[in-house]
Design a binder for this molecule. Sequence first.
Ligand SMILES: Cc1cc2nc3c(=O)[nH]c(=O)nc-3n(C[C@H](O)[C@H](O)[C@H](O)COP(=O)(O)OP(=O)(O)OC[C@H]3O[C@@H](n4cnc5c(N)ncnc54)[C@H](O)[C@@H]3O)c2cc1C
Length: 449
Amino acid sequence: MPLGKLEKIAGWGNYPLCESYVVKPRNKNDVKEILNKSELIARGLGRSYGDQAINDNRYVINCTYLNYFLSWQPNEGILECGAGVSLEEIISVFAPQGWLPMICPGTKFVTVGGAIANDIHGKAHHVDGSFVNCVLSFKILLADGSCVEASRTENSDLFWANFGGLGLLGVILSAKIKLRKIETTYFKQKSLVIKNLDHMLEALEQYDHEYNYSVAWIDALAKGDKLGSGVLTLGNAAKLSELPDKLKSEPLKIHSKSKLTVPVYFPNFTLNTVTVKLLNTVIAFVQNSPKQFVHYEKFFFPLDALNNWNKGYGKRGFIQYQFVIPEENGKQNVAEILEMIASSGCTPFLNVFKRMGDGQGILSFPFKGYTLAIDFPVTKNLKAFTQLLDKKVLEAGGRLYLGKDAMLDEEMFKAMYPQHKEWLEIKKKYDPTNKFSSNISRRLGLDVV
Ligand SMILES: Cc1cc2nc3c(=O)[nH]c(=O)nc-3n(C[C@H](O)[C@H](O)[C@H](O)COP(=O)(O)OP(=O)(O)OC[C@H]3O[C@@H](n4cnc5c(N)ncnc54)[C@H](O)[C@@H]3O)c2cc1C
């Protein structure tokens, strides 16, 4: 296997950009061969927003060729597959047989390895928890060349440290995951127009018991008595008996390939407060659609309809800032953060607001509270602003999602995640020479020193 072509790569936000030697192994032996090199990081489909899967002048192991199915137990819904298999591939094969992944994030273009390393969550986090809840075990190639199995009972420290572990403990080769039985590929959806933050929090509290899926969009430029206004979308899996006749003929229909692509990077000036206001009006209109039965493609992955939509932010790139803060004093803290964002001049764009349930992995992001994920184009003032936000989030007892972060500094990260000490002990045990490292591990001090 040719060892390493120097390529310019980035995460989904196209920021930061770096040059790395990219290798594409096809199997375990190929990965073992690469282990002779030092300072490597695995990469899936590059849907992390920041510097999680890039490695300045070092090695990046693109795992997307590890995309084979190994075994399937239809009675239990247990699938064993290579870590490079994407949720898109799982859905394409198993949805027609009545199965979907248990945890679906906002795009289906993520690999199983990437989903473990960031312990991803979806719209049903308050009910289903994060990706760890569908993983029975995985096989991982460690720094010393050994391949071990990790589960809740075997090498359990390695198991828990990998969820949110950013690929820094080894290369995950395969995983056994549980899929969810479905009667249809449709969801019964309800949308509510939300007047302000009081209304938003009350509605989340009220409907989270009734609906397994809930997510809101907030008008991030709204202020005063409209602060926190937006649209709340709720849903439950649709049963076959509930479907209208016209959908009953193909209840397990799957998605088709998207035909729309953003062909080039938009010029930087295309995104400004005027376009954002205009788009906010369009989003409010579309999300508040009266359609009751919605296909999973629109329900889970609306952004997948447009290939390479990240180029719409221009070559300067963008970040997605996602935090979670506790429910205690949540209203006051969310209000203050929304006010900071609305007055920042940083052109807040797409966003998602929801209530999360409890978290589990050592460095996993979620815990019980409110989360907001919001895009900002990269500008010269952005870092100064995110540092103010970081301070506010920390004061509120919250933390940032490392799978999306691109700007946090080491001191702030360590204050937000005091459990980093426990995680670093496990890193020392399994990777004492720092074979696995990345831009984010150097930025946040997640390397063994
Ligand atoms: C439009 C969009 C919507 C999103 N919505 C959500 C959401 O709702 N919830 C959510 O939680 N996330 C969301 N994300 C983020 C995304 O789900 C995660 O970043 C996911 O981890 C990306 O998977 P990937 O295969 O692209 O991995 P990459 O981005 O390539 O890598 C992510 C991490 O996984 C590690 N990794 C990858 N493969 C392996 C392997 N084989 N072994 C060890 N480590 C590995 C990498 O080192 C890196 O640290 C969204 C992203 C986009 C672009």
